[in-house]
Design a protein around this ligand. Structure first.
Ligand code: DUC
Ligand code: ZN
Ligand code: ZN
Length: 470
């Protein structure tokens, strides 16, 4: 690859804000200077634009099995959609299937992603069977395969849930090797009782998804997760935190010096439980887990982002089409017609994270510009062992760069997004701030509406330790 110069952009990182030129060589940042001389390099004029480090989304599910359903984005379509939204690295999941070892799960997902990925990628492994054999593989997965984070579910009994003993055993094992445990923190047993009660009373509509997953049960499980990690003396990371009660548990622990971390997602920041009042089956589009919460929770989440009680904004991009065509009922919300508990749990979002957080967060006066970069790029890279290769604009870092027009309005819509999914949570919403060009390791992959990337150009990222204080 030839050299590239990005000229005269406003470079915004988690700590910096200045105008300069960037020289890219062999996919990495070679030099940053007030003015770089002309050369044979391909020049991109960035005057009037911000230059941001490529977004890092640490929570996505591409062609991912969830119960009898499967998400509708392939690694190719999902990562292309990510790129259009200014995200150049994702961390997806390798789910340990019944009878499979964690390493087998990883190898299976690597083989699927490798020929398709359009942006760089890593994996968390989801452990569902905490056996001596599974545990014995974890040190090599961390030290050789570059997987330093392991997710477990405290919900979905009989399907994905791991009990407290299994979680604690895993924490003990990975903690000594630089690993971290990520938890889906909801009290699965209690939720199951509430679901059964609701269905027995004939309450089958999407709204009951939210009513059977109360925020105090997210708070309870979050508190339990943190206490287990405290005893095991390892960092813990709560995924898709939505409830004030859960955030309170994180704040309380952090105040005591415990390494408790958490992410939230744009849908919890911009949408509330009222979405489930939509007529017919439309509320199913908003069935993700945890469900959308009330305004009190939303207000608490914004406060948490501002004061670093929450460290990361990820998407939990877990798309299922609304319609069963063209990808089939198993990739569709229609699976849950007549029974909310059968609606596939998940919603799309990988393409809209950066513009939404810029518009609503920075534009809305809720977070600073540097904090926006920290939350969408630098902190996720640091938290999950990708920094300083990712999450930075610095000499020697990968030239994953986003040219962002902070003034440009555009409308978020399924008719223009690049995911396979047939709806948007944010349909018709106007935001100010648009991704104009995206470079993946120095290669221009997005140029306005044009796609220039190639499937298979994304590279697997072996990660170093997770959960070191960021
Ligand atoms: N948790 C996730 O992280 N994603 C999809 C569904 C779920 O419960
Ligand atoms: Zn989850
Ligand atoms: Zn998820």
């Amino acid at each position: 690859m030839g050299e590239v110069i990005i000229r005269g952009g406003r470079i915004v990182t988690a700590v910096d804000d200045y105008v300069a030129d960037i020289l890219v060589k062999d996919g990495q940042i070679e030099a940053i200077a007030r003015h770089l001389p002309n050369s044979d390099a391909e020049v991109h004029d960035a005057s009037g634009l911000m230059v941001l480090p490529g977004g890092v989304d640490v929570h996505t599910h591409m062609e991912f099995p969830l119960g009898s359903a499967e998400t509708c984005d392939t690694f190719e379509t999902g990562t292309r959609s990510a790129a259009f939204g200014g995200t150049t690295t994702i961390i997806d999941f390798a789910l340990q299937k019944q009878g499979e070892t964690p390493k087998q799960a990883l190898d299976r997902r690597l083989a699927l992603a490798e020929p398709q990925a359009c942006v760089d990628y890593g994996f968390h492994i989801i452990l569902t069977e905490v056996t001596p054999e599974s545990l014995s593989e974890l040190p090599d997965l961390i030290n050789q395969d570059g997987v330093s984070s392991f997710k477990m579910f405290m919900a979905y009994p009989g399907v994905l849930m791991v009990d407290d003993a299994g979680i604690f055993r895993t924490m003990r094992k990975v903690g000594t090797h630089g690993g971290m445990v990520n938890l889906h923190a909801e009290n699965g047993g209690v939720i199951q009782v509430l679901i059964e009660e609701a269905l027995a009373q004939g309450n089958t509509s999407p709204k009951y998804h939210a009513l059977t997953r109360p925020s105090i049960m997210e708070g309870e499980a979050s508190h339990r997760a943190i206490r287990l990690a405290e005893l095991a003396e390892i960092p813990v990371y709560l995924v898709h935190l939505s409830a004030k009660e859960a955030l309170d548990a994180v704040v309380e622990a952090r105040d005591r010096g415990i390494s408790a971390f958490a992410e939230t997602c744009p849908h919890y920041l911009f949408l509330t439980i009222e979405e489930y009042d939509r007529p017919d089956f439309d509320g199913a589009k908003y069935v993700m887990t945890p469900p959308l919460r009330d305004h009190t929770c939303q207000h608490a989440l914004w406060r948490g982002l501002k004061f670093d009680d929450l460290q990361i904004v990820s998407t939990d991009h877990c798309p299922f089409c609304f319609s069963e065509r063209p990808f089939g009922i198993h990739r569709s919300k229609q699976l849950g017609q007549g029974d909310f508990s059968q609606i596939p749990n998940g919603a799309p979002g990988v393409e809209f994270r950066v513009p939404l957080l810029y518009d609503g967060g920075v534009g809305g006066g809720k977070i600073s510009l540097n904090r926006f970069v920290q939350l969408t790029s630098t902190a996720p890279a640091k938290m999950f062992g990708l920094f300083p290769q990712k999450g930075a604009i610095a000499v020697g870092s990968d030239a994953d760069l986003v040219l962002f027009d902070p003034q440009k309005p555009h409308i978020l819509s399924a008719s223009t997004h690049h995911s396979n999914v047939d709806y948007s949570l944010f349909e018709g919403r106007q935001v100010t701030g648009k991704v104009e060009k995206v470079f993946l390791r120095g290669e221009l992959v997005v140029d306005g509406d044009r796609w220039l990337g190639k499937p298979g150009n994304g590279r697997y990222q072996k990660r170093s330790a997770s959960g070191r204080v960021i």
